[in-house]
Design a protein around this ligand. Structure first.
Ligand code: FES
Length: 120
């Protein structure tokens, strides 16, 4: 059963939906989630978790070719498996590829008591 919690953030009311425990996303790795109709992924870098919609900004297709494979071989960038476009983990900015200069759509997240929530 989905447990709903609400939070006021920047004067707006958000529904908090639990994504996973903090430990489920290892340093330098990413993990995909399907939350209702939303296809998203989360990645941890330098102990900070970032989350984005799993959709390239130029063709709106999913980024990964294998489950949870969102990063390049050096684990430095998010990569589009179809075209090799590279996105910065910290802000989703595409630095190379057909969508250079565009960004992935960020998902607001909150980490609380070892659990990761998306704010909806
Ligand atoms: S779909 Fe946009 S870079 Fe691959």
């Amino acid at each position: 059963m989905l447990k709903l919690t609400y939070i006021i953030f920047n004067t707006k009311l958000f529904k908090m939906i639990q994504l996973c425990s903090q430990d489920e996303i290892s340093e330098g790795l990413a993990k995909g989630f399907l939350i209702g109709e939303r296809n998203i992924f989360a990645v941890k870098k330098n102990d900070i978790i970032f989350a984005y919609e799993n959709k390239c900004p130029h063709l709106n297709i999913e980024l990964e070719w294998l489950e949870d494979q969102f990063l390049d071989s050096e684990k430095n960038f998010i990569i589009c498996s179809t075209h090799g476009a590279l996105f910065k983990i910290e802000d989703g900015l595409c630095i190379s590829g057909p969508c250079e200069g565009q960004t992935l759509t960020p998902i607001e997240i909150k980490v609380d008591s070892g659990k990761v929530y998306i704010l909806n």
